[in-house]
Design a protein around this ligand. Structure first.
Ligand code: ADP
Ligand code: MG
Length: 231
């Protein structure tokens, strides 16, 4: 199994340790699943439909609890869904990002600064007053990412964020996340089934039958998936 050199003295930003989880009795989805995402890196999670990728992200986000095993994730963390219409709740871009900051009890000026800085990071500052309904799918995903940046998230979990995008927008989004990880030192875990996205990440995991069966260098993993598919 290929492994990437671990950064010394840095605990991983995400740790999944021997997780078992089942939605229904006698139908385990995750079986002693383990993975670690190094801090400041962009990793992807691949696996067939129904292999438990979304379930794993929900466990990481604390939306469900494992039957056994432990998860750890650096805080604050954000979540970007496949469908941004399930995520953006306010009428305009600026209001939506500001809404995510309510719990932080910031001043009006601080909120405005956070919103503008986050929008600049995704190159969408000019859309601050735009109604959400007037955005494209790719723009909506970038607004969801800006929401996490405004909250100063250390880690962002992405569940098939490009599934509803056309191919050009898909690649723009993955490149933008690659750049944000590099420039801002974020950690990202990105679920996908599109192999071409692997070209932009630092490493990847392959989930099969409840376990990570391969991990590490993206191109090697891509070759492995292609070899499996051709059988
Ligand atoms: N809320 C739920 N209740 C019951 N079963 C679920 C629920 N969510 C997912 N499952 C089941 O768990 C398995 C893994 O699903 P999921 O994690 O969504 O896979 P993936 O994201 O890899 O396609 C599937 O068999 C799915 O039907
Ligand atoms: Mg899924």
């Amino acid at each position: 199994m290929a492994t990437l050199p671990q950064k010394l003295h840095q605990p991983p930003a995400i740790t999944v340790d021997n997780i078992c989880f089942s939605w229904a009795v006698d139908a385990p989805i995750l079986k002693k699943c383990c993975l670690e995402v190094p801090r400041g890196e962009f990793w992807m999670l691949l696996g067939n439909n129904g292999s438990g990728k979304s379930t794993l992200l929900k466990l990481l986000a604390g939306l469900i609890t494992p039957n056994s095993g432990t998860v750890a994730i650096n805080s604050p963390f954000g979540f970007v869904f496949q469908n941004p219409d399930h995520q953006l709740v306010m009428p305009t871009v600026g209001a939506d990002i500001a809404f995510g900051l309510v719990k932080e009890h910031l001043t009006y000026v601080e909120v405005r600064e956070r919103v503008r800085e986050a929008l600049s990071a995704v190159n969408l500052l000019e859309l601050e007053r735009r109604p959400i309904y007037a955005l494209s799918g790719g723009q909506k995903q970038r607004i969801a990412i800006a929401g996490a940046l405004a909250r100063h998230c250390e880690v962002i979990l992405f569940d098939e964020p490009t599934a509803l995008l056309d191919p050009d927008t898909q690649i723009e989004l993955v490149q933008q996340v690659q750049n944000l990880v590099k420039v801002r030192g974020l950690t990202a875990l990105w679920v996908t089934h599109r192999l071409e996205e692997l070209d932009y990440c630092d490493g990847a995991f392959l989930l099969q039958q409840g376990k990570v069966i391969a991990q590490g260098e993206p191109q090697a993993l891509k070759a492995k998936v292609l070899a499996t598919e051709s059988h």
